[in-house]
Write a protein that binds this ligand. Structure first.
Ligand SMILES: Nc1ncnc2c1ncn2[C@@H]1O[C@H](COP(=O)(O)OP(=O)(O)OP(=O)(O)O)[C@@H](O)[C@H]1O
Ligand code: SF4
Ligand SMILES: [Mg+2]
Length: 333
């Protein structure tokens, strides 16, 4: 069966500029060769340290950011290579729930006005049917029709998330990119929002790309998880396998504390040092400078994902030895 979404060797370079009589500013290689398929109905988690390129990848899939290289197919049809305006049209079936739902709403407009504007801009729904579509979308996220007459400041964070979700449900998407959908919410509200996401997915047959720092939520919600480091996927596996036995040293460090995490609790990653600048990437394995298992060959051989079990891929030349209990190398001690 054709996968719903296919990313093939996606690269995204941001910024960078040529200057007169001064060294050029190199672009940031925010995404450096992501190949990934997403099946209809699945929830794919995207995790990794801040700045590893999760949002950039999400924006690129959406068509808001143009890919520098690589191709994107939606239901087998190529939708990449177009200018951002055309790319969004081709990818209407993909919608994005912003990390800060308040930012997507005009504070001076009633919720009804904002939602209606969303329909008008995207050319969804005839004028006579718009009220009905808005009411249905609000009801789908558990909000009363009277919410239309109120303004953003009159809602709590959890309610604003619901409105953000209603806003994209009206557009009848197939794939929803959820960028940190529960950050900043307290635990009980977070649980309600997650349950709502699951319920809507089941009812509407949706597919989610779920970007999150909260590993306990990712573990609970996602079918598969992609671990990103410096713009690349270093491990891709069914959530259960990954949380049970991550194989890539970076994924291991990232997930080490996760099984004991309570919902809503987040911890900083216990990895030494800082990642190298995405504008000046080193040769070889990008994690070598921080990896406790690094050997000289790791610094020269580029690592690409290789299948290690059905549905499980890892980009580490030493995964087998590490899984068998190899000790950390002297260089990292
Ligand atoms: N417009 C831009 N110009 C140049 N560099 C950018 C731009 N936007 C993002 N970046 C850089 O691209 C890289 C990836 O950023 P991105 O926002 O995708 O990361 P992220 O994984 O979503 O991080 P977070 O978890 O903090 O949201 C970072 O190094 C960031 O500084
Ligand atoms: S390839 Fe080498 S440096 Fe990279 S993660 Fe594996 S062991 Fe560490
Ligand atoms: Mg982000």
């Amino acid at each position: 069966m054709t996968p719903l979404l296919e990313l093939d060797d996606i690269h995204v370079h941001l910024g960078g500029r040529k200057r007169w009589f001064q060294p050029d500013i190199p672009p940031v290689k925010a995404v450096g060769g992501v190949t990934l398929t997403v099946a209809a109905g699945e929830i794919l988690g995207l995790v990794g340290e801040s700045g590893c390129g999760k949002t950039t990848l999400g924006r690129t899939v959406l068509g808001l950011q143009r890919e520098t290289r690589g191709s994107i197919r939606l239901r087998g049809k190529t939708v990449s290579g177009a200018r951002p305006r055309d790319a969004r049209k081709l990818r209407r079936a993909i919608q994005y729930v912003h990390q800060d739902p308040g930012a997507a709403l005009d504070p001076w407009w009633s919720i009804g006005h904002s939602l209606e504007e969303g329909l008008v801009i995207t050319g969804h729904g005839e004028r006579s049917r718009r009220r009905e579509i808005i009411e249905q979308a609000l009801a789908a996220v558990g909000l009363d029709p009277t919410a239309q007459r109120r303004y953003p400041h009159e809602f709590s964070g959890g309610q604003l998330r619901r409105i953000g979700l209603a806003r994209i449900l009206m557009l009848d998407p197939d794939i929803v990119i959820l960028d940190e959908p529960t950050s900043g919410l307290d635990m009980s509200v977070q649980a309600t929002v997650l349950n709502l996401l699951l319920e809507i997915r089941a009812r509407r047959d949706l597919t989610y790309l779920f970007i999150s720092h909260d590993l306990s939520v990712v573990r609970r919600l996602c079918d598969r998880v992609a671990v990103m480091y410096l713009g690349r996927i270093v491990e891709l596996a069914p959530a259960a396998s990954l949380f049970e036995r991550a194989l890539h040293p970076y994924a291991q460090a990232l997930l080490a504390a996760a099984p004991r995490l309570e919902p809503g609790e987040s911890r900083t990653i216990a990895i030494r040092g800082e990642p190298p600048s995405a504008a000046r990437l080193p040769a070889g394995c990008l994690f070598a400078g921080r990896c406790p298992y690094a050997e000289p060959a790791c610094r020269t051989e580029e690592q690409v994902l290789q299948a290690v079990a059905p549905g499980h891929e890892v980009a580490c030349r030493r995964w087998r030895e590490i899984a068998a209990g190899a000790p950390p190398t002297a260089a990292a001690a």
